[in-house]
Design a protein around this ligand. Structure first.
Ligand code: APR
Ligand code: MG
Length: 280
């Protein structure tokens, strides 16, 4: 397969998918997202992902915490904060991994999520746990509801069992190998993010810049993927559009002087919303 580059004029492709909201629609029309992560000391990661999912248009967003849940997010009281114990993983699109940690109860959560009927975005520690468990990898490959995984190069290297230099030497091949092995849509992050499908289709994104090289921007991307899935986008288009919009938002912010130095992941969230609304 030749690798294809995703150019700015792809905006028209996404605009067709971003239907304007029907007059008589309601929050149930735009889906539920549950971001599952937030082990003790890492509560910020799922909150960033959840805020991102909300601002990208999901109808209802839960932030679900592996350990104790805060009663609410004072900066975003629209989010519903829950503890993972007893949370129903079957009624939302799941974004699993931001700040999840690698404790035994996080492994159990990952197993529950993979076994659920929900569409799944796996990121960060969900991928680190997956790398260490061949049986779970097989379960991911057999999921009916599919999976988007969003590794950065080190997470991809762990999943492939190779060195990070090998991943970076041929990023398209690494993404395709992972996609085929896990039967998942793979988003291999970093400059020139590669999106790859199990059938070998691969695209290199052209938006984004080093302003994104700051903590939490990956969490924002994972939440955005989940939000588009919850709004009914197919997996492949959701991954493509999320990566493109995330990079485009950063490009616009840099043009406006918010970066490249010192952009924060939280600032990306309203910029993604603006990028989406400019398309519809
Ligand atoms: N050019 C374009 N995009 C970039 C660049 C760059 N130079 N640098 C980073 N990015 C983008 C990546 O493509 C990705 O979308 O920024 C995002 C960074 O995502 P992550 O590497 O996952 O970073 P982060 O959000 O901090 O991860 C949070 O999860 O993966 C773990 O170890 C990680 O604990 C950390 C947590
Ligand atoms: Mg990350």
């Amino acid at each position: 397969f030749p690798s294809v580059r995703l150019h700015l004029n792809e905006a028209r492709f996404f605009a067709r998918k971003l239907k304007t909201r029907r007059q008589n629609s309601h929050k149930g029309s735009y889906g539920n997202v549950a971001v599952v992560g937030g082990a003790r000391g890492m509560a910020g990661a799922p909150i960033l992902a959840a805020r991102s999912a909300l601002h990208a248009g999901a109808g209802r967003v839960f932030a679900v915490f592996a350990d104790d849940a805060p009663s609410y997010d004072s900066g975003q009281p629209e989010l519903m904060c829950r503890a993972a114990a007893g949370f129903d993983l079957d009624s939302s699109v799941l974004v699993l991994g931001p700040g999840l940690g690698t404790a035994p109860q996080s492994v159990e959560l990952l197993k529950r999520a993979v076994a659920s009927a929900s569409a799944l975005v796996a990121d960060a520690d969900a991928l680190n746990l997956l790398a260490a468990d061949a049986a779970l990898q097989a379960a991911v490959a057999q999921r009916g509801a599919g999976c988007i995984i969003t590794p950065h190069p080190l997470e991809a290297a762990r999943l492939l069992g190779c060195a990070i230099t090998a991943v970076q030497a041929d990023r398209v091949a690494a993404a395709r190998t992972l996609a085929a092995r896990l039967r998942a849509t793979v988003v291999l992050k970093g400059s020139g993010t590669v999106i790859a499908a199990p059938d070998g289709d691969a695209v290199i994104n052209t938006t984004g810049n080093p302003a994104l090289a700051t903590a939490g921007t990956g969490d924002v991307l994972a939440g955005l993927c989940g939000s588009l899935l919850a709004q009914g986008w197919p997996q492949w288009e959701a991954a493509l559009a999320a990566v493109w919009l995330h990079g485009m938002a950063a490009d616009v912010l840099v043009t406006d002087g918010v970066g490249p130095i010192g952009l924060t992941a939280g600032e990306l969230v309203p910029a993604i919303r603006a990028a989406i609304n400019r398309l519809v």
